[in-house]
Write a new protein. Structure first.
Length: 239
């Protein structure tokens, strides 16, 4: 593909943004998103140096801030527990958060960053999972799914050896990046508040089904629990 990484990254902005309570031209937007996935990546985007990843766990600069972003508060809580029970997938599954704030390219403008890169552990297999964390009042499920898909495009084409050599990363290193799943993880109001949030949740489910059918990529919509619970509930899966 000719053009810069910035141009490629910017091209994902239009189909995920909208105003009002309803997404205009949903089916047209779905086709635009699928087309973006099928376009080849620009050249020379892969990050060669990963010095910013020195350890597992929460690693944002606002760890001790009095007013961190709502998504960052959720990330902190997520990393407080090394293994989360995941319900709604039809079998016993655990989610293990491993890496936080993973910048995916060697570009600064239009950089893309995975909030949490972890592992979904099924009884007979393990799958890498890119989790997009959202606070209750942030954008919408549709926006988050498109954002998550863009991240999956990058991680699925990332070199297998980008992780540091230390043993905490071994479980991730042994997984197939090309099979990475996505997950939008947010509190209940992000999905069920009246108006834009609830409408977006409905349309995001249709988008996820088309992504699975056409691209063979799995994205989950999942509910982050309140402090009285220690499990993640999958609200929607494409199959």
């Amino acid at each position: 593909m000719t053009g810069s990484f910035d141009d490629w990254s910017e091209s994902w902005e239009k189909p995920k943004k909208y105003e009002g309570s309803q997404i205009p031209e949903v089916q047209k937007r779905i086709q635009e998103v699928l087309s973006l996935w099928n376009k080849p990546l620009p050249s020379s985007w892969i990050r060669q140096k990963w010095r910013h990843i020195q350890k597992i766990g929460y690693r944002r600069g606002d760890k001790n801030s009095l007013k961190p972003k709502s998504e960052h508060l959720l990330e902190k809580r997520l990393f407080d527990i090394p293994s989360w029970l995941v319900t709604g997938l039809g079998e016993k599954v655990a989610f293990l958060p491993v890496l936080n704030a993973v910048s995916l390219s060697n570009q600064n403008p239009k950089q893309r960053e995975i909030d949490v890169l972890g592992i979904l552990k099924f009884p007979n297999r393990s799958i890498a999972c890119s989790a997009e964390m959202k606070g209750a009042s942030t954008n919408s499920a549709w926006f988050a799914v498109v954002e998550n898909l863009q991240h999956l495009k990058l991680i699925q084409h990332q070199a297998l050896d980008f992780l540091p050599c230390e043993s905490p990363f071994d479980d991730l290193r042994n997984l197939a990046w090309s099979k990475t799943w996505g997950m939008v993880l947010a509190p209940p109001p992000f999905f069920n508040s009246k108006g834009q949030k609830k409408n977006s949740f409905r349309d995001a489910k249709e988008l996820i089904k088309c992504i699975k059918q056409e691209l063979k990529v799995t994205i989950l919509l999942a509910c982050f629990p309140d402090k009285a619970q220690a499990s993640i509930k999958v609200l929607f899966r494409p199959d």
